[in-house]
Design a protein around this ligand. Structure first.
Ligand code: ADP
Ligand code: TPP
Ligand code: MG
Length: 309
């Protein structure tokens, strides 16, 4: 069977929206939106972003989720996807089918329309890219640059699971963290409502919490003070070194955002109503850097604040 047959059999059934035209056209038509339409693109490369031993259905789910986390953190809802698959010569039909099974699962879960893409062979490792659009729930897009002095810094979910999970997966340990490493637990869709209602700036935690907080600080020309003791870590913190390890390992795909301090009570009440797990971990102040503390003592910012490419 040729690649055309594989596309027919495995990808066409996933491309259900009218804009996909059954993958019979040169282009896909985006679903129309009344609010700002945003787009993101993230790539997963074998041995860099996932392990060769990871089941391919989990790789398909991870590809979608690392992109969905970018859309959600902007207070937006995911919509349409374009998929690029570059597969090694030896990639089999069963492997292609498994990859598409994982993709299918999360396309359905998140109501995302696959509207097209490209499938090629490569002499290199398996490499997957996804372009994902989203509709903002706000009139203007929430940037990394909107943090203001006096804002509170929040994060969703747990931090450090990606790094702990990679270590477990590499050691053959089937833990919850290893499951999160393969298929990241990302915030639910209604995090977009909370972000749209309250956030002044936001980002998703991909490289590492400290590194990604640094992006908000730099773009906002502000300083961010983080209390390591307040971060909802995946493991009970033993000491500053342990906390820093979990705050710099990345692969968390949670939402990190700032909001005005005067909204703190309303924000927590709304999060509770929406069933969202949100924790205040710091504040925005004057300056242009990251400041860390643990149990009231200053902690020096490490040289490596996140994953290095
Ligand atoms: N090859 C590229 N071409 C155009 N823009 C890029 C490219 N690589 C990265 N960018 C842009 O640079 C910015 C930072 O990228 P990145 O660190 O990958 O962000 P993220 O963590 O949101 O994926 C984003 O605005 C992204 O769109
Ligand atoms: C085999 C393997 N080694 C190391 C990592 C750790 N890792 C790789 S990329 C990355 C950061 C996120 O990837 P990137 O391409 O920077 O995504 P983006 O910031 O563009 O969303 C991390 C933590 C991993 N996921 N898998
Ligand atoms: Mg990226």
């Amino acid at each position: 069977m040729s690649e055309f047959d594989w596309i027919d059999r495995y990808l066409r059934p996933l491309a259900k929206s009218p804009g996909a035209d059954g993958l019979r056209n040169d282009v896909g038509v985006l679903r129309p939106a009344g609010s700002p339409l945003i787009a993101t693109l993230d790539t997963l490369v074998e041995s860099i972003h996932f392990l060769s031993s990871d089941p391919l259905d989990t790789v398909g789910q991870k590809l979608l989720r690392v992109n969905i986390s970018d859309i959600l953190c902007k207070g937006a809802v995911p919509r349409d996807a374009l998929l690029s698959i570059a597969m090694p010569e030896a990639f089999t039909e069963d492997q292609f089918a498994a990859l598409c099974e994982g993709l299918s699962r999360d396309l359905d879960t998140w109501n995302i329309a696959l509207i097209g893409g490209d499938t090629v062979r490569t002499t290199g490792p398996l490499s997957l890219s996804l372009t994902l659009t989203g509709t903002c729930l706000t009139e203007s897009v929430i940037q990394r640059s909107g943090a203001r002095e006096g804002d509170t810094l929040y994060v969703t979910g747990k931090i450090g699971r990606g790094g702990l999970g990679l270590r477990d997966a590499q050691s053959g340990i089937e833990s919850d963290h290893a499951a999160h490493y393969r298929v990241p637990d990302i915030p639910p869709l209604n995090i977009a409502d909370l972000i749209a209602a309250f956030a002044t700036a936001s980002i998703d935690v991909s490289d590492g919490l400290i590194s990604d907080a640094g992006h908000i600080a730099q773009e906002s020309e502000a300083s961010i003070q983080i209390d390591l003791g307040q971060i909802p870590f995946a493991e009970t913190v033993r000491d500053a070194e342990h906390a820093l390890e979990m705050a710099t390992s990345g692969d968390d795909y949670q939402t990190l955002f700032t909001a005005p301090a005067y909204d703190q009570h309303r924000l927590h009440a709304t999060a509770k109503t929406l069933g969202l797990d949100v924790t205040a971990i710091g504040s925005v102040c004057a300056g242009e850097c990251i400041k860390l503390s643990l149990n009231g003592a200053d902690v020096p910012v490490p040289a490596r604040t996140g994953y290095r490419h």
